[in-house]
Design a protein around this ligand. Structure first.
Ligand SMILES: Cc1cc2nc3c(=O)[nH]c(=O)nc-3n(C[C@H](O)[C@H](O)[C@H](O)COP(=O)(O)OP(=O)(O)OC[C@H]3O[C@@H](n4cnc5c(N)ncnc54)[C@H](O)[C@@H]3O)c2cc1C
Length: 446
């Protein structure tokens, strides 16, 4: 039986970054994935990553076959297609990657740093003793044999399946279940179009609550005339099948006529505020398993890598001091909430508001620029929801009989700022969690 400093469950973007950082700091790391080594990174995704994430993480930009296209920004279309917000600028430059090759690069960096990979291995459950996670039980998919792997700290980076998080006892203080309504169910295809898209340096996002309720559909340009086209719907009651919606409303369009199908597949995105806490005795949860995703656009690659890096930096110091207790690992919570979690929480209020709007609301809101393009950009980058309601718009909306919409918007922006502030004042120790949770609860209950 092996014993490692760190076991990382899942070699996705979160897990590889955690493994790479911890191994670079000199820890023994066992990185486990269900997939075969050469399939790691091959995930149904939009394949878009902001350039700023690479800058913040000190990661080289994608190049060669890994880079499918450089992106200048995003175009957001209103449901009636009459208004297009064209968002570009520093925070929106980015890349469309070959997802498998990008994942393979992250995996190689983790292994080059010294992490040991156990591929084709399914983690089944955590080993819990004396209130600490001490490792995992796993099944070798080639031999079907079960084994125990021990580690001082176990990181759950298993994506939406959250194989460790779901099996933690409640007294460990980590949320084990996620409300289905906070998830977006997606289906996407890779296709080659007859002709290249117009303005292929812009990712295109389309809002329409009849076609993609609680989500959106997208066309992201890849190399040449290849595109990533997909649709996501919130998992609310009676949600429609995203694949049916994509075929009926999107792929039936003129630009997809005679296009060539390359690949299709589905996936789930947790689009909510982060877990209240990612850590407990001997365990850390990161990436999709910890809801480290931007609630508005569902981008989770950047934040998941950030959570991986933070964990990989904190754990070596913790292990130097003995047992990895919740108190010592708490710094991971503090650092994540400061860098990204507070913004995510503020945006979650905005997400719930957006999911409550009708197509008409969105058409009016975009047409009369209640939130301006640069404010959308700021909301996306900093998490601050700013409104642009002048006397003229107020009079206009009164004339249209839609004052209640403005009122709702005001309330949302206020709540979003309030929640962000509470996350910015995240407790410095687990002792103060009950008090902090009460503050959050009061905002949600309002
Ligand atoms: C359709 C779709 C489109 C998206 N588009 C974008 C986008 O354009 N940009 C963006 O930034 N984000 C996007 N996202 C979100 C993004 O893909 C995720 O947030 C990100 O990949 C999270 O990384 P992760 O490492 O937490 O999880 P994952 O990348 O899912 O990795 C988890 C790993 O754990 C392994 N695993 C799972 N269970 C076990 C187990 N029991 N034992 C062993 N291994 C296990 C899996 O094989 C996998 O390799 C999209 C998501 C979807 C579904």
């Amino acid at each position: 039986m092996n014993k490692f400093d760190v076991i990382v469950v899942g070699a996705g973007t979160a897990g590889c970054m955690a493994a790479r950082t911890a191994a670079k700091a000199g820890l023994s790391v066992c990185l486990i994935d269900y997939k075969r080594a050469d399939s790691i990174g091959d995930k149904v995704c939009g394949d878009a990553i902001g350039k700023h994430h690479f800058d913040n993480l000190g990661l080289a930009y994608p190049k060669g076959d890994e880079l499918e296209r450089t992106i200048m920004g995003i175009e957001v279309y209103s449901p009636d297609m009459e208004t297009v917000f064209k968002l570009s600028g520093e925070g929106l430059y980015g890349f469309i990657v070959d997802r498998r090759l990008f994942g393979q690069r992250l995996l190689k960096e983790a292994m080059d740093a010294g992490a040991m990979l156990l591929d084709s291995t399914q983690v089944i459950e955590p080993i819990i003793e004396d209130g600490f996670v001490r490792g995992v039980v796993a099944r070798d998919r080639k031999t079907n044999g079960k084994k125990k792997i021990l580690g001082s700290v176990t990181i759950d980076a298993s994506g939406c399946s959250a194989v460790i998080r779901r099996r933690l006892p409640p007294e460990m203080g980590i949320e084990t279940t996620i409300d289905k309504r906070d998830e977006v169910i997606c289906y996407r295809e890779i296709r080659i179009l007859k002709n290249e898209l117009e303005e292929p340096e812009y990712c295109k996002i389309y809002l329409n609550v009849n076609i993609a309720p609680g989500g959106y559909y997208w066309i992201f340009p890849k190399r040449g005339s290849k595109v990533n086209v997909g649709l996501g719907v919130a998992a609310l009651a009676n949600f429609p099948n995203p694949k049916d919606q994509l075929y009926k409303f999107v792929l039936s369009g003129e630009i997809f006529k005679n296009s060539i199908f390359i690949h299709g597949g589905g996936g789930i995105v947790p689009t909510r505020r982060p877990l209240d806490s990612f850590v407990s005795n001997g365990v850390v949860v990161i990436g999709d398993a910890a809801c480290n995703v931007n609630p508005i656009h569902g981008g989770g690659i950047g934040p998941s890598m950030m959570a991986g890096k933070i964990s990989g930096e904190v754990i070596p110091d913790v292990l130097e001091t003995g047992e990895p207790t919740v108190e010592k690992l708490w710094l991971i919570n503090i650092r994540y909430m400061k860098t990204y979690g507070a913004k995510q929480a503020g945006l979650d209020v905005f997400r719930l508001f957006l999911q409550s709007l009708s197509n008409e609301d969105i058409n009016y809101g975009m047409k009369y620029k209640i939130i301006r393009e640069d404010d959308v950009l700021k909301a996306g980058i900093e998490g601050d929801v700013r409104l642009n309601i002048t006397d003229a718009t107020r009079r206009l909306f009164m004339g249209l009989g839609r004052v209640s919409f403005l009122r709702k918007l005001y309330k949302m922006a206020k709540k979003s700022r309030a929640l962000k502030k509470i996350y910015e004042e995240y407790p410095l120790s687990p002792k103060n969690m009950p008090e902090w949770k009460l503050k959050i609860k009061s905002i949600w209950e309002n």
